[in-house]
Design a protein around this ligand. Sequence first.
Ligand code: MG
Length: 282
Amino acid sequence: MEKWPVGVFTSVDAGLGVDLAVAKELNIPTIQIHAPHAGNRDAAAADELKKRLDVYGITATAVFGGFEGESYADIPTVIETVGLVPPATRASRLAEMKEISDFAKHLNCDVIALHLGFVPHDRSIELYKQTVDVTRELCEYAAKNGQSLHLETGQETASGLVDFIDDTKCDNLFVNFDPANMILYGTGEPIEALETLGDRVRSVHFKDGRWAKSPGEEWGEEVRLGDGDVDIQKYVETLKAIGYNGPLTIEREIPQEPERQKSEIGHAVSLIEQLRSEVWPS
Ligand code: MG
């Protein structure tokens, strides 16, 4: 794989990523992929997807988990519904993540990832300890499959995420950094957050957004890469400065507008290729 290959977040039957065929059309060499729905992620389904990726010449660099019942409608709903934090769904979702880890292994993919949910900010409460425990159990399972677990940024500040990762004591737990999420959730200035997380960042999203009027209380707005409040040039320079050398994965979640989604991903590819040649000349 070339250094800092461009990537795109894709979906087959679940999640908000672009259709896999678009990655092929745009000649994007790597993808992250949202795990298919339960029932479509056994060994046979994985082998079929692997064959399709091989034909396309595309490498899967991460498989993202996501669950029925999650809603990003507003910030309080995220707290109640997303990830492995909510107690009522935790055991069944952990079982699903283990299945997704096996699915990723069939794809020869050594990274699984997810939005863990809204980790409590008070490290002394029971819910926080439970979240540490479930994360550790998933990391131990992933390690047996030769994988790391990457936590998508957004719900926590960078320093909160560092504390959480340290508390799990897992050596295969890292960060999928999404600069736009820091803005959309109002959890911190993205470039500073990236510097704080440093070499814990092992995969990234290229996504842009604008701050809300009341950050942390209402959503910011996701926009086309380069049009928002993430300084993309500074983002690329900072990735270089922290020694990042993984894929540069575009995320644009507007599946309800497929033509616009494809065209804005194409725009993002051009922007990244231009910045990459300036900042990381080969
Ligand atoms: Mg993201």
